[in-house]
Ligand binder design. Structure first.
Ligand code: ADP
Ligand code: MG
Length: 514
């Protein structure tokens, strides 16, 4: 009796387990060399020849087009990590891969999958307690926020000096959107513009949009701006012209032209008299209207797309107006300054100090597309970690120190755990060692020696990480060297890696439809 289609494939028992584990491990392995300040970059080329150069775990795994379902679960670990806390994606993927590797050994020693799963969950609980114990006593002030931001950016192609000044911009940005209700990370946008060195990256106290003035003669900067946002075409509608004039004589033609002229003139005057000094419309503006408004000193943006329009509305507090008859001052938005600036082929509009929202934009500059793209990811991560650290007030030592401390606590507590589960709990600690080991390997050190030295330093000093400082690599207290990560990044990495690894280990039957 066949209960499945003849074409479907089925793998069972150890074969299923080991092929899943192998696939998961392979994926995690693929991001290993990018971990840490000396991590290398990957160049990913898609089928269309599009190139991405990155050090970011989530981006790499996303771009890799992975098909194996178990491998896909590791990709999801990185994705969840990115969504929840914005950083630590490589760490989470690497830990998940090693949890699988350790599980494989345990299965070979005849430890049952459910025992492994139980042991891993218990170890994860101990790990979360250990993270709490590692939280720095010092208050999370601007200096610490800067360290968090900088730690997340080192190794991201930003260069040491640049990372420091970028970190300042990042801290300024998250402070700007902080209120009694928390940190409104969503109010910080990153806008990239190719053309200058990354040192020219700055914080704009408002929004940046890709729009240019409708007329060359318009002012490029308006202070204390009153902004009218219209869904109105300022000109004779094409439809109106087509509505056939029966023109038999020159007089009639002239009359038609006059009528059109006065209609256009009417629009221009209505807008000019409304008192708005900046006009944003989603529709066309007739050249004659632009010329008139330019002479009146009014700045106009035409054919503004829906997302830019939405941003302007929410930043300035303007109300959209559907017909000129309804245009009145109460609908105007306000901004401290609106200016237009040219960057090579691109014109950008800066809407600063909008009255309605505390939006800020990190205006990222860089020499080439690849540079600004990677900077955008790095700054995105830095904004996420700074916002997370500011909101929770909890940071832990980086550079592998927290992982060493967690592994240590797990090994201590494993002694009190009965039976084979103890093996699984200890294996979890071994899997965490991979973080400092990988940091060591990626800085050209012997991973075993480094691990031994780190453990010794941890036992005698209490806190010890493998710190990269310029060209030097030393074992010391990461908090003193400003290498810090948000506690939430470590918690999420443990939780999502444990979840994915245990889910994969539990599977002993793979049924695949062809
Ligand atoms: P992830 O995707 O996991 O964030 P990263 O490549 O960003 O991967 O590396 C993060 C790790 O690098 C963290 O463990 C962090 O503490 C560590 N790190 C950051 N700066 C330094 C430094 N100067 N020295 C040593 N480790 C560092
Ligand atoms: Mg990172």
């Amino acid at each position: 009796m066949f209960i499945m289609s003849e074409d479907s494939q089925r793998t069972q028992g150890r074969d299923a387990q080991s092929s899943n584990i192998m696939a998961g491990k392979a994926v995690a392995e693929s991001v290993r060399t990018t971990l840490g300040p000396r991590g290398m970059d990957k160049m990913l080329v898609d089928s269309g020849g599009e190139v991405v150069i990155t050090n970011d775990g989530a981006t790499i795994l996303n771009e890799m087009d992975i098909e194996h379902p178990a491998a896909q679960m590791i990709v999801e670990v990185a994705e969840t990590q990115e969504e929840e806390v914005g950083d630590g994606t490589t760490t989470a993927g690497v830990i998940a891969g090693n949890l699988l590797g350790e599980a494989e050994d345990l299965i070979e020693q005849d430890v049952h999958a459910t025992t492994i799963v139980e042991g891993y969950h218990e170890a994860a609980e101990i790990a979360l307690d250990a993270i709490d114990e590692q939280i720095s006593e010092a208050a999370v002030d601007d200096e610490v926020l800067k360290q968090v931001a900088e730690s997340s950016m080192t190794g991201k192609g930003t260069g040491g000096l640049t990372a420091e000044s970028l970190a300042e911009t990042v801290v300024e940005a998250v402070r700007h959107v902080e209120s009694d209700d928390g940190v409104a990370r969503e109010n910080v946008t990153v806008h990239t513009q190719i053309g200058a060195s990354s040192n020219a990256t700055e914080l704009v106290p408002g929004i940046v949009i890709d729009e240019e003035p409708a007329h060359e003669g318009m002012p490029t900067e308006i202070e204390d701006a009153s902004i009218a946002v219209l869904d109105v075409e300022l000109g004779v509608r094409t439809g109106d012209v087509d509505a056939e004039y029966a023109i038999d004589s020159i007089d009639q033609l002239n009359a038609a032209i006059d009528a059109e002229e006065s209609e256009v003139q009417g629009y221009a005057e209505t807008v000019a008299e409304s008192g708005a000094d900046v006009v944003v419309t989603t529709e066309d503006v007739d050249d004659r209207v632009s010329t008139f408004l330019a002479n009146e000193g009014i700045l106009v943006f035409e054919n503004v797309g829906s997302s830019d329009t939405a941003d302007i509305l929410s930043a300035t507090g303007a109300t959209r107006v559907g017909t000129l008859d309804d245009l009145e001052e109460a609908d105007f938005g306000k901004a401290d300054r609106i200016r237009s600036a040219n960057f090579g082929d691109d014109d950008l509009a800066f809407v600063e100090g909008g009255a309605a929202a505390e939006a800020v934009t990190v205006f990222v500059r860089g020499g080439t597309e690849h540079i600004v793209d990677e900077l955008e990811r790095a700054i995105g991560d830095a904004l996420d970690v700074a916002a997370t650290a500011l909101a929770s007030g909890e940071v832990v030592p980086g550079a592998g120190a927290t992982e060493i401390a967690i592994a240590n606590k797990i090994r201590e507590e494993a002694a009190g755990i009965e039976g084979r589960k103890q093996l699984a709990v200890t294996a979890f600690a071994d899997a965490l060692d991979v973080v400092p080991r990988t940091l060591a390997a990626n800085t050209g050190q012997d991973p075993i020696d480094a691990l031994v030295d780190l453990r010794a330093a941890h036992d005698s000093e209490g806190r010890a990480g493998l710190i990269t400082d310029g060209e030097d690599v030393t074992i010391d207290d990461p908090l003193e060297f400003g290498v810090v990560d948000p506690a939430d990044v470590k918690r999420e990495a443990i939780e999502s890696a444990t979840e994915a690894a245990t889910m994969i280990v539990r599977i002993d039957d793979v049924i695949a439809a062809e």
